[in-house]
Design a protein around this ligand. Structure first.
Ligand code: DAK
Length: 256
């Protein structure tokens, strides 16, 4: 499958989804969002053990396409909101770990796509923020919920109320980026990290991801109960038996 504004490339079990509209700094329009949904489904179906999200050229994703949004009616705005949510949800529910390689501007809806990934690595020159307030709107693809969970309530309110654009160093300090690397080392570092994630036992990583995601979806008690069930379900699996045997026998594990 090929798309105009999205590329899906493979390196072993690692899939990389690149938003490829560099002339618009990878701003998201309907066609791009639909292609992202299809590419994510294809990557999941083809068994990706890790997925990288990045942008072509100098930008990660400069936001939702303002030129498209400008004249939307409330009904069209609702459809548009749902389409963006479906992509963010697909990233969040992706059956393997996802890493946002933030190589430049990640504003508005671009920041929200990064927030829906499991991990974020920033290039030194990256800028990130929920800038919607200056367009007279609020974040509409999940940042009001996902951002406070990641950076804490006060920082999230500041970012959203003030439309702050954080540089990479600040984003790392606030917990928005897990790490920051020089621009020319971003691809190599993300490939290394994604490779490490892909080499881990896939069922266990998925169970851990789903358990952590429960925390986002309901009260703590429900999340803890889910975690208990997910934990128990891994016992008896090949990877659990093999991982523990390898530790006891002091050898490398051979995971499925
Ligand atoms: N949309 C459309 N085009 C964009 C764009 C965007 N978000 N960002 C950049 N571009 C386009 C520019 O218009 C320009 O196109 P041409 O004029 O060449 O045709 C080209 O990309 C290069 O941009 P600049 O010439 O501006 O480049 P600079 O290096 O000078 O500046 C910049 C880069 C990223 C600082 C600047 O372009 C900028 O501030 N862009 C806007 C960033 C922004 O505010 N992003 C947030 C968008 S709002 C909703 C759910 C979600 C959302 C909305 C509703 N509902 C539930 C209804 C989400 C909203 C957003 O994401």
């Amino acid at each position: 499958m090929t798309w105009e504004a999205v590329r899906l490339e493979w390196d072993g079990d690692v899939a990389t989804l690149t938003v490829d509209r560099p002339d618009a700094l990878n701003a998201l329009n309907v066609e791009t969002l639909e292609a992202m949904n299809e590419a994510l489904a294809a990557a999941a179906n083809d068994g990706a053990r890790a997925l990288v999200l990045t942008g072509a050229g100098e930008s990660f994703i400069a936001g939702a396409d303002i030129k498209y949004m400008q004249s939307l009616s409330p009904e069209e705005g609702q459809e548009w909101g749902e389409l963006g949510h479906s992509v963010a949800d697909a990233l969040e529910a992706f059956p393997a770990p996802t890493v946002a390689a933030v190589n430049g501007y990640a504003f508005g809806g671009g920041c929200e796509m990064a927030l829906a990934c499991d991990l974020r690595v920033g290039a030194e020159s990256a800028l990130i923020g929920n800038t919607e307030i200056d367009l007279g709107i609020i974040p509409g693809w999940g940042a009001t919920q996902r951002l406070p969970r990641l950076v804490g309530d006060e920082t999230a309110r500041r970012m959203i109320f003030l439309g702050e654009r954080l540089d990479a160093e600040t984003a790392e300090r606030e917990g928005l980026f897990g790490e920051v690397v020089p621009d020319d080392e971003l691809d190599a570092r993300v490939a290394e990290l994604a490779g490490q994630l892909a080499a881990k036992p896939a069922f266990a990583v998925r169970a851990a991801k789903q358990s952590i995601n429960q925390h986002h979806e309901g009260p703590l008690a429900a999340g803890l109960a889910y975690e208990k069930r997910a934990f128990a379900s891994l016992f008896g699996s090949h990877d659990q038996r093999e991982g523990m045997a390898a530790f006891i026998e002091d050898r490398e594990a051979d995971f499925e």
